[in-house]
Design a protein around this ligand. Sequence first.
Ligand code: C5P
Length: 238
Amino acid sequence: MEKGQMLYEGKAKRLYSTNEEGILWLEYKDSATAFNGEKKATIEGKGQLNNLITSLLFERLKEEGIDSHFIEKLSDHEQLVRHVEIIPIEVVVRNTAAGTLAKRIGLKEGLRLKHTIVEWYYKDDDLGDPLINEDHISLLGLAEPEELTLLKEKALEINRVLTQFFQQIEVDLIDFKLEFGRDKDGSILLADEISPDTCRLWDSKTKQKLDKDVFRRDLGSLTDAYQTVFTRLGGVSS
Ligand code: C5P
């Protein structure tokens, strides 16, 4: 497989074409951003850890029957993925109050929610990724109602599986963000990444934060936190 031209550069990843149709080359960068790009830093080793953790989680999800765009890990910071058109909706799943939910509706951080919450955000940097509802999604033509039903079902199933994985390594899955894409036949596939950049992960006993809040809130070494997650998941750095 040969790496082709760069198609897209995001805040945390670069996407390249390959010499094979429908297959893309994804490279994880060492950049960290928060608050819609207002806070920025380069953190050596972060791209690698996110690639390794995402690859491991997508493999585990596949074993549980949940397919994603992930094909294979190529190196410590690169993977091959299936080409999909990303649906511009960030699907956030929450088990425990934290972040913008805690702030928006006045819940104490750490409060276990009576039931899991699924939220939609419009993926648009210029607008700061606003929270939207089904009517906004229909108005903007982002997805069909049946697709939203499917996205919610998939998100809850992924939450069930991931919560169990993390429980086994004594980590609480507080909340996380998913992105989905459509392949050339219009089928919906889990895409993007699942890593400590896109999840809130707390040590089950100490409640220590093992995710991007370490960077957002200046709580110490981000790579130490991500390395802890990777090691507990059974990952071995090469
Ligand atoms: O900030 P907020 O509380 O809404 O985030 C909910 C979850 O979604 C967190 O795990 C956060 O890391 C993730 N998220 C993300 N990318 C965004 C917004 C939120 O990965 N653009």
